[in-house]
Design a protein around this ligand. Structure first.
Ligand code: ADP
Length: 316
């Protein structure tokens, strides 16, 4: 399904939650909407699902204006599968009835098997572990073959190994089914590794849309740089700032070095070193550990991305 969102706005009282959001999602695409808590992500997703009426703007689903009051496409006809942040399972329905309620007459067995829920088909939500409940929410969203899958922080409350496993499941699901998918998350790792394109949302506005690599390597703004991964800022000669990722900074121990090691921690197979440099803290990757207080020389490539500084570029 192709989704075209144009100029979407939503206010609650005096608060603007969505401020002219425009986005196109191609059929079969996996788009992540990444933003901090309160950015308006869930509101945007609910509008696409038809659960919330925007104040202005339009949403086209395969060329049909979904939110036009005259030809309003109700949520039930949009062929939308959704996983809500709080899962919203039905406490009195068994696992298998969750699926048969959404897709009456369809055999739930294959979906149950796919999500490892076969042995739990008679269980009630209260009898499921966190991971099982999350898998049920996903299975229910897929029942009835939706044309678009909307995922609102679907891995939110799970512990890390479970998150990783379910993330893989979502990725392979998308790869095999090709269902258009929109994932909402505040977690940049999740957004960047699962999606084909990322829309960075902050204060109800789209700050940048691009491939995971684009938003990471060439963030358009300071805000995007901060929201898409670990980053350090260093003033650039042109009044902007270098937005430096840990792997873009090189540290070499040297008595002459301008910087000093402030902390070192081991993470995912390499060292993440914090150094004091020209009045700020930089975070850099290093294959080797570095001792607290050691002097280091810092360098980075001039090709690194630059963003408007805190004060904005001079004259701009
Ligand atoms: P996100 O999903 O990015 O965390 P939300 O879309 O849930 O953000 O919410 C964005 C802002 O809108 C928040 O400040 C939230 O408090 C506010 N908000 C959301 N729903 C309502 C509502 N029904 N009434 C009033 N304010 C709301």
């Amino acid at each position: 399904m192709r989704v075209e969102i144009r100029g979407l706005s939503k206010r609650y009282g005096r608060r603007t939650v969505l401020d002219g959001v425009s986005l196109s999602i191609e059929p079969g695409e996996f788009l992540a909407i990444l933003g901090p808590s309160g950015a308006g992500k869930s509101t945007l997703l609910s509008a696409v699902a038809g659960l919330l009426a925007p104040d202005a703007g339009r949403i086209d689903l395969d060329g049909l204006i979904a939110n036009d009051p005259a030809i309003r496409i109700p949520p039930s006809s949009r062929k939308v599968g959704m996983v809500f942040q709080n899962l919203a399972l039905w406490p009195h329905l068994s696992v298998e009835k969750h699926l048969s309620f959404v897709a009456p007459g369809e055999d739930p067995t294959p979906l149950l098997a796919r999500f490892g829920l076969g042995p739990l088909r008679k269980a009630l939500p209260a009898q499921l572990s966190g991971g099982e409940a999350q898998r049920l929410a996903l299975a229910r969203a897929l029942a009835g073959n939706p044309r678009i899958l909307l995922l609102d922080e679907p891995l939110g409350s799970l512990d890390r190994p479970l998150r990783d496993r379910l993330a893989q499941e979502i990725a392979s699901l998308h790869a095999s089914s090709g269902t258009t998918t929109i994932l909402v998350t505040h977690d940049y790792d999740e957004a960047l590794r699962l999606s084909g394109r990322v829309a960075v949302l902050a204060e109800g506005r789209v700050e940048q849309v691009g491939s995971p690599e684009e938003v990471y390597r060439r963030p358009a703004t300071r805000r995007v740089a901060e929201l898409t991964g670990p980053v350090s800022f260093v003033p650039a000669p042109d009044g902007r700032e270098y937005a430096l990722r840990p792997d873009e900074i090189r540290l070499v121990e040297s008595g002459e070095g301008e910087a000093e090691v402030a902390a070192a921690r081991f993470a995912s197979g390499r060292w993440r070193i914090q150094v004091r440099f020209r009045g700020t803290l930089l975070e850099a990757d290093s294959p080797v550990a570095m001792r607290f207080g050691v002097r280091v020389a810092v360098s980075w490539s001039e090709a690194c991305s630059r963003v408007p500084g805190r004060e904005g570029p001079p004259g701009g």
